[in-house]
Design a protein around this ligand. Structure first.
Ligand code: SAH
Ligand code: DHB
Ligand code: MG
Length: 221
């Protein structure tokens, strides 16, 4: 199987399932114009996150790793009128682009973007008594995934959904040279998923326009 075939099938699914979306196209254009890396979830993956949030009936969502807010907007669209997405971003430039994207999409009132290292902004959420969150999307520095999972458990409730992005990365989590901090972080994340009796988890490998990758999916018991 080749990347060209994966792209062709993703294109086919997108053609059938993804109507033209000017707001999201504008986000990707603004991200590219600002020089942000094109590492957002794909359109079909964004809709997958949207559907998960709808299925879960999520009202409060926490995302770790905003970039330009492409995934954030998919998640925010799944919310009922009184719902909120809190999204955490360390990079000032990314945060500024995301804020402009949220305003342009008319979603600024439903998205609370917190700038700073997530491990520094997460304790503030707890102090402020925000939550419990119904769904978490963990998509920042993979080396800190173990800590992000611990925070999701703290800030969640029975039934909360936890989604982790990029758990395969072309197989690099198991590669012989997979001793880098990201691969180690993802493996430690799976160790915690395996050993935490409050979590029931699975992982799904994906192919498509983003290559070979995958999502971890867990529910808090
Ligand atoms: N969720 C986005 C993509 C996020 S890319 C989407 O799918 O559209 C990962 C983001 O995490 C980058 O913007 C990066 O700056 C941010 N990040 C990396 N380390 C971080 C940290 N320690 N705290 C908060 N954000 C971080
Ligand atoms: C990278 C990060 C991501 O969150 C992603 O979905 C794809 C790639 C990266 O850092 O290369
Ligand atoms: Mg990602």
């Amino acid at each position: 199987m080749t990347q060209e075939q994966w792209n062709a099938v993703d294109d086919y699914f997108a053609d059938r399932l993804m109507p033209p979306d000017d707001a999201l196209a504008a986000v990707l254009a603004a991200n590219a114009a600002a020089g942000l890396p094109a590492i957002d979830v794909s359109p079909l993956q964004g809709k997958f996150l949207y559907l998960l949030a709808r299925i879960a009936g999520a009202r409060q969502i926490l995302e770790i790793g905003t970039l330009g807010g492409y995934s954030t907007i998919w998640l925010a669209r799944a919310l009922p009128a009184e719902g909120m997405v809190v999204t955490l971003e360390a990079d000032r430039r990314h945060a500024a682009v995301a804020r402009a994207n949220f305003a342009r999409a008319g979603l600024a009132a439903r998205i609370d973007l917190r700038e700073g290292l997530a491990l520094e902004t997460l304790p503030a959420l707890e102090r402020e008594g925000i939550g419990p969150f119904d769904l978490f999307f963990i998509d920042a520095d993979k080396a800190n995934n173990p800590d992000y999972l611990a925070w999701a458990i703290r800030l969640g409730r029975p039934g909360s959904v936890i989604v982790g992005d990029n758990v395969v990365r072309e197989g690099s989590i198991l590669a012989p040279d997979g001793a880098g901090p990201n691969a180690r972080g993802v493996r430690r994340f799976f160790d915690l998923l395996a050993g935490e009796p409050r979590l029931s988890a699975t992982a799904i490998q994906t192919v498509g326009v983003k290559g070979w990758d995958g999502f971890a999916l867990a529910v808090l018991g």
